[in-house]
Write a protein that binds this ligand. Structure first.
Ligand code: SF4
Ligand code: SF4
Length: 381
């Protein structure tokens, strides 16, 4: 027995010595420090996204995002600027634009695939106005990219949901602003509830219901009613704080803040740190983070130009086909002056992959002049 213990002790000491030796070699090669940083980053990011990872493809997207910083994680692709609604707070629509031709969109998807995009979310305007939307989704899937869609839901029918299933859509987000339509927004639960029931019955993709606070909709309590209905139907829900035309926060009232916290608690899953981002904002506090727009996140407008995001259109304003990995590297390392009070949560979520590494060293990109509505710009031309 004693001999056995002695043997085990010797073996343990040998393993420790060997382990230290391995660590010393790794240290000398600079790997040990890198591995530690990587493991720290991976556990940090998995802690944030853990609850949200529901498929192998999503897990692969996170791992790929952690392993390299030189590819796009998420791109928003505008397929038409036209919208069938005219929400009072929106600067992202017009009433006259034609849909972007499908072959042009296919080429843009191909270019995003070349830049390593993991997710493409189709947006607008109202993307369901695009007559060949399903072909765009199919092409995204053909290129091995996760396909998402943001819609106001008005044009959803049973047939359209089945077509979206067949095209391979993977997630869909509907924004609902109020219970009854009012002057500010017609995106109301009253109008959309039947569509939600159809989605529950037919959709093979994930559905998230997003509601906003601070947009001037009459009853902030509506956000809670909408979130409760989303949970009742088995969907995830999220709440955002509305940004002004510079992508920054509009102050919330005390009651709006309480509702914000209540809706956050209802969510089926949450990006806890991103929620902390939003919680800071509703309390009027700035956030410290590294916005990687222009690199890990791209906003591709209807004209095919790359912008930081919907609220910082104009930077860098380069055609997607000319956008290179060098451009991405520059923007990855450029600090954005609008970051502390930014409310754009999808860019904040993407930034979590890299917040623990690569400080931004290329100076601060100043705020651009406020974006006027695309409709007004086109009318003026
Ligand atoms: S918020 Fe959405 S639905 Fe409302 S006008 Fe803008 S693009 Fe259209
Ligand atoms: S911080 Fe980034 S995402 Fe937010 S408004 Fe500025 S550029 Fe856009």
């Amino acid at each position: 027995m004693r001999a056995e213990r002695l043997f085990l002790g010797m073996e343990f000491a040998y393993i420790l010595r060997r382990k230290r030796g391995v660590m010393e070699i790794l240290d000398r090669m600079g790997w040990h420090r890198r591995m530690k940083a990587w493991i720290k980053g991976a556990s940090y990011v998995l802690g944030i996204f853990g609850e949200a990872i529901r498929s192998w493809r999503e897990l692969r997207m996170i791992v790929k995002g952690l392993l390299s910083t030189d590819h796009v994680v998420l791109a928003h692709l505008i397929v038409t600027r036209r919208c069938n609604l005219s929400c009072g707070y929106c600067n992202e629509y017009d009433r006259i634009s034609a849909p972007v031709p499908t072959d042009v969109l296919r080429r843009r998807v191909d270019r995003l695939a070349d830049l390593g995009a993991s997710i493409i979310t189709i947006s607008g305007g109202e993307p369901l106005l695009h007559p060949e939307l399903e072909e765009v989704i199919r092409h995204i899937r053909r290129r091995g990219i996760i396909a998402g869609l943001i819609t106001n839901g008005y044009l959803l029918t049973r047939e359209r949901i089945k077509k979206l299933n067949e095209a391979g859509l993977e997630y869909l987000q509907i924004s609902i602003d109020n219970v009854q339509p009012d002057d500010v927004s017609k995106k109301s639960l009253k109008v959309l509830d039947q569509k939600l029931v159809w989605l529950r019955e037919l959709a093979r993709f994930k559905v998230n219901i997003n509601t906003v606070l601070g947009s001037g909709v009459r009853n902030p309590e509506d956000a809670l009613t909408i979130a409760q209905r989303a949970v009742e139907l088995g969907f995830s829900c999220s709440v955002g704080v509305i940004h002004d035309e510079w992508g920054r926060l509009r102050p919330l009232s005390e009651r709006e803040r309480e509702i914000f916290l209540a809706v956050q608690k209802l969510g089926k899953w949450s990006y806890s740190r991103v929620n902390r981002f939003q919680r800071n904002l509703v309390e009027g506090k700035p956030n410290r983070w590294r916005c990687r727009a222009g690199a890990r996140y791209l906003y591709v407008c209807e004209d095919g130009l790359v912008h930081y995001c919907s609220q910082q259109r104009g930077y860098p304003g380069v055609p997607l086909e000319e956008y290179t990995r060098e451009d991405m590297r520059r923007e990855y390392l450029t600090e954005k002056a609008c970051a502390p009070y930014c409310t754009i949560s999808c860019v904040q979520q993407v930034a979590e992959l890299d917040n623990w590494r690569d400080p931004q060293t290329l100076g601060v990109k100043a705020w651009r002049a406020p974006v006027t509505s695309a409709y007004e710009v086109r009318r003026a031309e």
